[in-house]
Unconditional design. Structure first.
Length: 81
């Protein structure tokens, strides 16, 4: 997470984008992550980068909170079944 005093400056977007570029360079087919359903800021960040909500995970966290599994498919990567 980005420190609250530094939010809104694009730091989170920059960090996640660098991770995505690194995964693509290594030949990954997709990126998958989970975030708490109530974390509007994280959901907005990831969805703005192209992630979509794949699945709701009930009581995923130890505190009983639900999560969304988010996925980002990398175009141009050959997928195997």
């Amino acid at each position: 997470a980005v420190d609250e005093s530094l939010r809104g400056k694009g730091i989170g977007t920059c960090l996640v984008s660098k991770g995505i570029r690194s995964m693509r360079a290594e030949g990954c087919q997709e990126a998958v992550l989970e975030t708490e359903c109530s974390n509007a800021g994280a959901l907005r960040l990831y969805e703005n980068l192209g992630f979509y909500r794949d699945k709701r995970l009930l009581r995923y966290y130890l505190n009983g909170a639900d999560a969304f599994r988010l996925k980002l498919w990398f175009p141009g990567v050959e997928y195997y079944t």
